[in-house]
Write a protein that binds this ligand. Structure first.
Ligand code: ZN
Length: 291
């Protein structure tokens, strides 16, 4: 493994949890066998945010496009997912994926949903922008190319985990998808980590006045010079929902500025998708990995 310098700050142990601190790591940039990704995780769970590097797709999808829904050749997407899974440790055949609609629908999934959307888009869960599970070994994926991928993990008093992957574009953010995800997880336990992945930054997210005003109303200070700070709004929504600030990790990687990522805007609407993927490690995974 070729560890590159850290991206973002390392999250401190969450104060909220108190009684049994679950160690949370910051977001790290990693590369293996040509595949590059950012990674975070804690005791028993892992989150991966892919880049565009290390896959087999061509043209606007070059190279690590993970979506069957954007016009790329399916066999290339399958190979890209296989490559990412192989170097990061999730089961590509078990992936659960939603057909995202910029809404606030969050599906709670279990063993019966294993592989929904893993091999094609047709079997992905309809009208779903968030996925949540307590099932070990079931990787949840949201696909993005500017929108904000957020991964949240919660630990119950009995030590069991729940994780969620949330897709938050500007519509979903204003509609409260992160708040909704945190609420669902807090029914189970304390939030141990929330990771805001690579997405379009306050440097680049130019919006019309209507959108700007809507953000300014809901999250004062997030609208500047015609641009909206989705990162700031996401962090505020998470902390307003009860996530301790110390548990939040922000990638601070702008998909439009940073050539490592696909960007719907920079690439004029024709691009591949990177993904935020989270899973609870199966018992057999052990803790022998190098995370
Ligand atoms: Zn930017």
């Amino acid at each position: 493994m070729n560890d590159r310098p850290q991206t973002g700050r390392a999250a401190a142990a969450p104060a909220e949890l108190g009684r049994e601190a679950v160690p949370v790591t910051g977001l790290r940039a990693r590369a293996h066998e040509g595949v590059e990704w950012l990674e975070a995780g804690g005791d028993g769970w892992r989150a991966v945010f892919s880049t565009r590097h290390g896959g087999v797709s061509r043209g606007p999808f070059a190279t690590l496009d993970l979506s069957y829904a954007v016009g790329d050749l399916p066999e290339r997407v399958t190979e890209n997912r296989r490559r990412l899974a192989a170097v990061t440790g999730f089961d590509a055949a078990a992936l659960v994926v939603g057909r995202q609609v910029h809404g606030t629908g969050i599906a709670s999934v279990g063993a019966a949903d294993r592989g929904r959307g893993a091999a094609d888009q047709r079997h992905a869960l309809a009208d779903v922008d968030g996925l949540l599970t307590g099932e070990p070994g079931l990787p949840l994926m949201v696909a993005v190319a500017d929108c904000v991928p957020v991964v949240v993990a919660a630990a119950g008093r009995d030590g069991t985990l729940r994780v969620a992957a949330l897709h938050a574009g500007w519509r979903g953010l204003l509609a409260g998808i992160l708040e909704r995800g945190v609420e669902l997880l807090r029914r189970h336990g304390s939030i141990v980590a929330a990771v805001v992945g690579p997405s379009i930054g306050p440097c680049c997210f130019a919006v019309g006045e209507d959108v700007g005003r809507a953000f300014e109303r809901q999250y004062p200070g997030t609208w500047h010079d015609g641009r909206v700070d989705l990162w700031g709004a996401a962090v505020r929504q998470l902390t307003d929902a009860g996530v301790a600030e110390s548990a939040v990790t922000l990638a601070r990687a702008c998909t439009s500025c940073d050539e490592r990522f696909f960007s719907h805007r920079r690439d004029a609407g024709r691009s591949g998708r990177q993904a935020g993927i989270v899973w609870i490690k199966a018992a057999a995974d052990g803790d022998a990995d190098d995370s």
